[in-house]
Ligand binder design. Structure first.
Ligand SMILES: *Cc1c(COP(=O)(O)O)cnc(C)c1O
Length: 361
């Protein structure tokens, strides 16, 4: 039996991808071993690494002026990695638009104090509406402007990004490859793989080569996170999370086979629309986020009482709809429907929501 997993991460995979991985697990392409037993300096692994990079480049339409690195430490590691690589003795600007962007800001602020500016924050409206980035321009000579495309915890998403005079850095952990976005408008896009791209253990960092070349990394920046030393090592400074890079590749092959990002965007829009339309049609479920900012990947909602929320989460689980509990900071429910969630999963959730409403009105 397989369940529908609405967890905010790690995500569920298409069954076909899991089966392909299983098929090759003990003997990958006649090498006589599993990918996880392979040297990261071997030819077969090198091919996996290069193919994964090439496929991401193709699927996300990333031009040749960018490097693509597979690092470890999760997306959270980049909260400090970015200022360590790019800040120098300058200043940088942050938009705090949700839970993870606040963490990124606080991490940088703790380490670099007055060099880190808060440009705007939506904390005072409890992250229910995104501030316009056009209205909040970064400061003069800023080393970078740091933003987060999708607010994973409160369920909001930017549909447009500002043109700024400094490098634009975007944490795209929860919506990368879920909808068509022009990556070439950013200087760095990074994402933990475990939401839309693959399994945990690899952070995809897409970065303009020029930005690395101009950077002056802090002495305390470890070489595994130092973009210059990673570039000098052609992306593989130390042992990468080889199995996770491989599973990402298999997942991206599948994405390509179904028509790529534009095709999955259509499905993601259908899935989220099913749930939002129903929430809007009834008083039983509540979603307080600004309609124009609604996330495609993380749909948050609640009922009128904490008890009913609890009951909903428990009964959903009994019906194989798991991990619908909202983040502790947000409460209520959250249906994370990343690329790996099929339309049938959203339909099953919708049926359950209707049934639960009928029984608990
Ligand atoms: C999940 C998430 C993170 C944290 O990712 P880890 O890989 O667990 O460190 C950071 N930013 C955003 C936007 C996220 O959704």
């Amino acid at each position: 039996m397989r369940v529908y997993n609405f967890s905010a991460g790690p995500c569920q995979f298409p069954l076909e991808v899991l089966k392909n991985i299983q098929k090759d697990f003990t003997n990958y392409k006649q090498t006589g071993m599993s990918v996880m037993e392979m040297s990261h300096r071997s030819k077969p692994y090198d091919d996996i690494n290069n193919e994964a990079i090439a496929l991401l480049r193709e699927l996300l339409n990333i031009n040749d002026s960018y490097e693509i690195f597979f690092l470890q430490g999760g997306a959270s590691e980049q909260f400090l990695t970015i200022p360590l690589n790019l800040l120098g003795d300058g200043v940088a600007d942050y938009a705090v638009t949700g839970y993870f962007s606040k963490k990124a800001y606080q991490t940088a602020k703790n380490a670099f104090k007055d060099q880190i500016n808060l440009i705007c924050s939506s904390e005072n409206n409890n992250f229910t509406k995104l501030p316009s980035l056009e209205e909040h321009k970064p400061s003069k000579n800023s080393k970078y402007f740091y933003i987060t495309s999708n607010n994973t915890v409160f369920g909001l998403r930017y549909n447009e990004f500002p043109k700024v005079d400094c490098p634009l850095i975007c944490d795209m952990s929860s919506d990368i490859a879920s909808a068509v976005v022009d990556i070439n408008q950013f200087d760095i896009v990074y994402a933990g793989a475990q939401k839309n791209l693959g399994a945990a253990g690899v952070t995809v960092v897409i970065i303009k080569r020029e930005l690395i070349e101009k950077s002056n990394p802090h002495l305390l920046c470890v070489p595994t996170q130092n973009y210059k030393s990673v570039l000098a090592a052609k992306g593989i400074f130390n042992t990468p999370s080889t199995l996770s890079v491989y599973t990402l590749l298999e997942n991206m092959k599948y994405l390509k086979s179904i028509g790529g990002v534009a095709a999955i965007e259509k499905i993601n829009r259908q899935k989220s629309k099913l749930i939002y339309d129903y929430i809007d049609s009834t008083d039983f479920y509540i979603n307080n986020t600004a309609v124009e900012n609604r996330s495609l990947t993380n749909v948050v909602f609640k009922t009128r009482s904490l008890e009913l929320d609890k009951k909903f989460i428990k009964q959903a689980e009994e019906n194989n709809l798991i991990s619908l509990k909202g983040h502790n900071k947000a409460g209520g429910m959250r249906a994370s429907m990343y690329n790996g969630m099929p339309l049938e999963g959203a339909q099953a959730l919708l049926s359950f929501m209707k049934k639960f409403e009928g029984e608990n009105k």
